[in-house]
Design a protein around this ligand. Structure first.
Ligand SMILES: Cc1cc2nc3c(=O)[nH]c(=O)nc-3n(C[C@H](O)[C@H](O)[C@H](O)COP(=O)(O)OP(=O)(O)OC[C@H]3O[C@@H](n4cnc5c(N)ncnc54)[C@H](O)[C@@H]3O)c2cc1C
Length: 346
């Protein structure tokens, strides 16, 4: 292991924020992670774990050790007639893992194609896209406690998954390292795939039509999702961003009724019961406040997708955060809704 000093994190976060780590090290195995934890106890320094850096906003230099989890490995733990239990290490690239599952004929992750980042971060905010959340297919999550060095396996229920949320983002934030994740995926033959696919979200069906697919397979769904995402989302290789900056707010039925009265065109998505809380697209709220395409220096709001804040080159994390606060205040003023930041601000 190499412990480097004064390392620029610019190329290691998709926002492209310039920030320096006092120390930086890459951990490629579980025992390297343990060694680093022991070392950290000796020198008493703050610690920051990073995967692909696609869900962080760096607002300052980091005066401790940044540890990048780079462990690799995909192992089939168990197979039944219908399912496969596959364990993958935290340092695996998320989309390469999805590609591997699709190519193996294991269904469940295809709608989560092309989400940037590494596998270990996927349970933290319960990544989701196109009508699927990763909790739908997580069997368990193996962690190590930072203070005690003890390992534990969390069942799906123990992870307390919610919308872009889990126990790892709340009570255990900064207290555990995710080592690996076991997924329970469906084993199906191509001819049976039509019955289990989730096609009713966004433009998946129309994209499949455009691809001339009449009986889709999981590979077709992956291709459709990749095509749509490439068209709709800014590529961090071209323009710095961390995907959706805010969560879609969930509001109670009283506020929803008054909002519908004042803004009849407001899109609302009921959660469970038709009279209960509703989800409102944050992108719509931000757009209504006139922020789409806004630019202040190199900090901006994407021209097509107002939920995505962008760094046109040399914006700082503080400038992006300042813009986010201004957006949030204007949404609150107009709609009475406080937006919650989805990205991890460091
Ligand atoms: C263009 C774009 C599109 C995106 N689309 C989506 C989308 O559709 N749906 C979605 O849900 N998200 C989306 N995201 C957000 C992001 O890709 C995911 O949240 C992803 O899971 C983050 O992975 P990462 O490895 O980059 O995490 P990082 O940004 O490196 O880390 C995120 C957080 O997890 C912690 N962490 C990372 N690894 C570990 C570990 N092994 N153990 C403990 N803590 C750890 C970090 O300290 C940090 O707090 C998008 C981002 C971009 C840039």
């Amino acid at each position: 292991m190499h412990l480097d000093q004064k390392v620029s994190l610019k190329a290691l976060n998709t926002f492209g924020m310039e920030a320096e780590a006092r120390y930086f090290v890459e951990a490629k195995t579980h025992s390297e992670v343990l060694t680093l934890l022991n070392y950290r106890h000796m020198i008493h320094m703050p610690i920051l774990f990073m995967g692909g850096g696609s869900n962080v906003l760096l607002t300052r230099d980091f005066s401790g050790i940044v540890i990048r989890i780079s462990s690799k490995g995909i192992t089939v733990k168990e197979e039944t007639a219908t399912h496969v239990f596959v364990t993958a290490e935290a340092g695996e690239n998320w989309d390469e893992f999805v590609q591997h599952c699709v190519a193996s004929g294991w269904a469940g992750l295809e709608n989560l194609s092309l989400i940037p980042g590494r596998l270990g971060a996927a349970p933290i905010q319960n990544i989701g896209a196109y009508g699927v959340e990763v909790r739908d297919v997580i069997d368990s999550v193996q962690i190590i406690e930072i203070d005690s060095g003890k390992q534990k396996r969390f069942t799906n229920a123990e992870c307390q998954f919610g919308y872009r949320d889990s126990i790892f983002k709340r009570a255990l934030k900064g207290k555990v390292i995710i080592l690996n994740v076991t997924f329970k995926l469906l084993k199906i033959s191509p001819s049976d795939q039509g019955s289990i696919l989730k096609l009713d979200y966004g433009d998946i069906r129309s994209e499949l039509q455009a691809l001339n697919v009449t009986v889709p397979t999981i590979a077709d769904v992956r291709e459709a999702v990749c095509n749509i995402r490439r068209r709709k989302l800014p590529d961090p290789a071209e323009i710095g961003n961390a995907g959706s900056f805010f969560k879609n707010p969930v509001v109670n039925s009283e506020l929803a009724t008054s909002l519908r009265h004042n803004f009849p065109e407001i899109p609302v998505y009921p959660q469970a019961a038709s009279t209960g809380p509703v989800k409102i697209p944050a992108a719509w709220l931000i757009d209504q406040c006139g922020w789409k395409g806004y630019r202040d220096g190199d900090a901006g709001v994407h021209v097509n997708q107002p939920l995505v804040l962008v760094n046109y080159g040399s914006a700082t994390g503080r400038q992006i955060l300042d813009l986010a606060n201004r957006i949030s205040d204007s949404v609150h003023q107009k709609f009475g809704i406080r937006l919650e930041i989805e990205v991890n601000v460091v």
